[in-house]
Design a protein around this ligand. Structure first.
Ligand code: HEC
Length: 258
């Protein structure tokens, strides 16, 4: 569908009296460095995106498949990773008596180390649900691949909070987001202009934060993309040279047979 037609369809659906949550519109196309056969991650954007995740999302959303030391892949130096990890706590496991909790019933914790997985925001799913109105904040490491529309959806979703259409009856604790399936979401808008400080002069806007966190989550979903594409390019270059050599060889052989 053309853009104007889509816009018209969405506004018509939203303006209809007594409209319920209607079908979510297609997310607009964005261009991403990691798309296409030669695409690669933009490590600078992804590092900013990590900062956004750490300051605005980590308190609710886990990244199960990522360890602190993986951040080296985005250009963080070893000692940066070490001090970053030390800013988080993970369960320490049993002490010499086999206890995992102290006499208050609280888990023994220790500072995280580079080889630890990213610290979990909640100790288990039940705790996560209790803190979020019964809804589980999705684990995000593969979200870019898991949703239809991928990065475009994620960007549209993160920038897609608006006032609900007047006719829509939103339940308590739910927010309107046109792009979220069902359009009523239990996650409050977690980005606002100026929320996270960037030290490289990049604009501190919701739009930019969303773009950067998509760059980061595209990396968590496929950290080896750049190496794979480089390898692919090497293979293609090798095959091209090999083909030329074979052609030359064939010509020589046939020249002799003439
Ligand atoms: C206060 C807790 C909280 C914070 C902070 C938070 N979220 Fe969420 N998020 C949730 C909850 C709860 C859900 C599930 C909502 C639902 O299903 O109604 C959710 C859902 C999502 C989804 C899933 C959408 C889908 O298609 O299923 C994504 C993606 C997401 N959050 C990304 C983020 C990002 C990125 C940030 C940081 C910029 C963030 N969230 C910050 C609680 C949070």
């Amino acid at each position: 569908m053309r853009n104007w037609a889509r816009a018209l369809a969405v506004s018509a659906a939203l303006l209809m009296p007594g409209a319920h949550a209607s079908e979510a519109p297609e997310p607009p196309d964005q261009s991403w460095s990691f798309e296409g056969p030669l695409g690669g991650h933009d490590a600078t954007a992804a590092r900013r995106g990590f900062k956004v995740y750490a300051e605005a999302c980590w308190s609710c959303h886990a990244l199960d498949h990522i360890r602190f030391r993986d951040l080296g892949g985005l250009g963080f130096a070893d000692d940066e990773v070490k001090s970053l990890a030390a800013g988080y706590e993970v369960p320490a496991g049993p002490n010499e008596y086999g206890d995992i909790v102290d006499d208050q019933g609280l888990l023994f914790m220790r500072r995280a180390r580079p080889e630890d997985p990213f610290a979990l925001p909640y100790l288990n799913e039940a705790a996560a649900r209790t803190a979020n109105d019964g809804v589980f904040p999705t684990e995000l490491s593969l979200i870019v691949k898991a949703r239809r529309g991928g990065p475009d959806y994620l960007f549209a979703f993160l920038t897609g909070y608006t006032e609900p259409p007047p006719a829509l009856d939103l339940a308590e604790g739910r927010f309107f987001n046109a792009y979220f399936p069902g359009q009523a979401i239990a996650m409050e808008p977690s980005l606002s202009d100026g929320l996270i400080a960037y030290d490289d002069g990049t604009p501190e806007t919701v739009d930019q934060y969303a773009r950067d966190i998509v760059a980061f989550l595209a990396w968590t979903a496929d950290p080896h993309l750049n190496a794979r594409n480089r390898l692919g390019l090497g293979v293609v270059a090798f095959l091209a040279v090999f083909f030329i050599l074979l052609l030359a060889l064939k010509r020589r052989i046939w020249a002799r047979l003439d």
